[in-house]
Design a protein around this ligand. Structure first.
Ligand SMILES: Nc1ncnc2c1ncn2[C@@H]1O[C@H](COP(=O)(O)OP(=O)(O)O)[C@@H](O)[C@H]1O
Ligand SMILES: C=C(OP(=O)(O)O)C(=O)O
Length: 385
């Protein structure tokens, strides 16, 4: 079976023309990321995706630390600039300047100060922005930007060296399970930041409660592997057993496991083997064609990553995130994936056919026989001498 594509829906892809193109180019599942957008917008995009013939996946945010809502949606920081990362309990938009100190504030949806110490690194937006902790205060930390970039609303915050205890099913997850799930009835529900099998039991119970009045429907559960605890031997075996599909969620995985960034390919190799052994379908996700968010062609490294996922790992699904949700080239990304999938399929066929037509094995067997006969003759000759 060849790989199929999952595309994350967002402003760049939530329209009939793009969705039709996706359907015609190996896309099978449309993913709604519950971390972004409002419920009404998800319902609108879900209807369009179903109309285009795609299956739906509702991806629940889980206990992921994220920035809050920022006024004007983004602002820039410069390398060396001091900022405050402050816990905000409400969902209102936040101004970004602390007038007293004339310093920029990054609103954060969880309080991270108890889990950080001086010199720890805070990663934001899949690590695109890095901050070093300078001072820990009540309800906030002071930090120094290690690189320049844009701070955007709702981007993820990772603290690989600090553990934060946030309950697995958040208010946001429960709201989506109660208000969105029964309306769109997605074929799949993906669950984020899972640690143990107990998390899955709790999720299934919450889904059952929300669907108590609906018969003949229950979603398939996708477990996103993105935390160090989840890949501990007992946990990972149980999680693979308990779910319908695994997602290797490489974005957070890269920052939740240490040494950061470099462990992902090793974990990917291990998870692929485990899923294949336990006969469980799996998705390889995140940054597969990241450069194509702003560029119409992929890098060689991205094509190699795609080759590994499709040809070597034989992933059941490969997933596009920002590339399809907010990128400039959603159709081009899908085309690259679709073309590689089909090139591989045709290439395999050609190889199989050429094996049948050109029995190179027979040729080489024949030559081996000839050499053996020649050797035997030489031996006999030598013995006679
Ligand atoms: N429904 C949406 N509305 C607006 N933007 C979205 C939506 N879904 C995704 N995005 C954007 O695409 C980015 C990448 O998607 P994804 O990888 O799923 O997000 P994240 O890593 O933040 O969970 C998000 O960070 C967000 O900026
Ligand atoms: C798919 C992932 O999760 P999300 O996009 O929800 O952060 C990931 O971290 O790789």
């Amino acid at each position: 079976m060849s790989a199929k594509i999952i595309t994350t829906l967002g402003p760049a892809s939530g329209n009939p023309e793009v969705l039709q193109y996706f359907k015609e180019h190996s896309v099978e599942i449309a993913r709604l990321n519950g971390s972004h957008g409002i419920i009404e917008e998800h319902i609108r995009m879900a209807k369009l995706a179903v109309y285009a013939g795609l299956d739906l996946m509702l991806d629940l945010p889980g206990p992921k630390i994220r920035l809050g809502e920022i006024n004007d949606t983004s602002f820039s920081v410069k390398a060396g600039e001091k900022v405050i990362i402050e816990n905000v309990k409400n969902t209102k938009k936040h101004n970004i300047i602390d007038k007293e100190n004339n310093i920029k504030i990054l609103p954060c949806q969880f309080s991270i100060e108890k889990s950080t110490k001086i010199n720890d690194i805070v990663y934001i937006d899949d690590g695109k922005l890095q901050f070093r902790v300078l001072k820990v205060e009540a309800n906030r930390i002071q930090a120094e930007a290690l690189n320049s970039g844009l701070v955007k609303s709702h981007k993820g915050v990772n603290l690989p060296h600090g553990k934060i205890d946030i309950d697995f099913l958040t208010e946001n997850d429960l709201r989506l399970i109660e208000k969105l799930l029964p309306i769109i009835k997605p074929k799949y529900v993906a669950t984020s930041f899972v640690k143990t099998i107990n998390d899955i039991h709790r999720l299934k119970k919450a889904i059952q409660d929300s669907l108590s009045n609906i018969k003949d429907y229950y979603p398939r559960i996708i477990v996103k592997i993105e935390m160090a605890e989840a890949i501990e031997p007992i946990n990972i075996t149980n999680l693979i057993n308990e779910c319908d599909m695994i997602m290797i969620a490489r974005g957070d995985l890269a920052l939740e496991t240490t040494p950061v960034h470099i462990r992902v390919p090793f974990i990917q190799a291990d998870l692929v083997q485990r899923c294949q052994k336990q006969n469980k379908p799996f998705i390889i996700a995140t940054q597969i064609l990241e450069s194509m968010i702003t560029c119409p062609v992929p890098t060689r490294a991205e094509v190699s990553d795609l080759y590994r996922a499709i040809v070597l790992d034989k992933a059941n699904y490969i997933m596009l995130s920002s590339e399809a949700a907010v990128g400039q080239y959603p159709k081009e990304c899908v085309t690259i994936m679709h073309d590689l999938i089909h090139y591989n399929k045709n290439n395999q066929l050609e190889l199989n056919n050429s094996n049948k037509k050109l029995p190179s094995e027979t040729v080489s067997k024949r030559s081996i026989k000839k050499i053996k006969t020649q050797n035997r003759l030489k031996l006999i000759k030598r013995k006679r001498l």
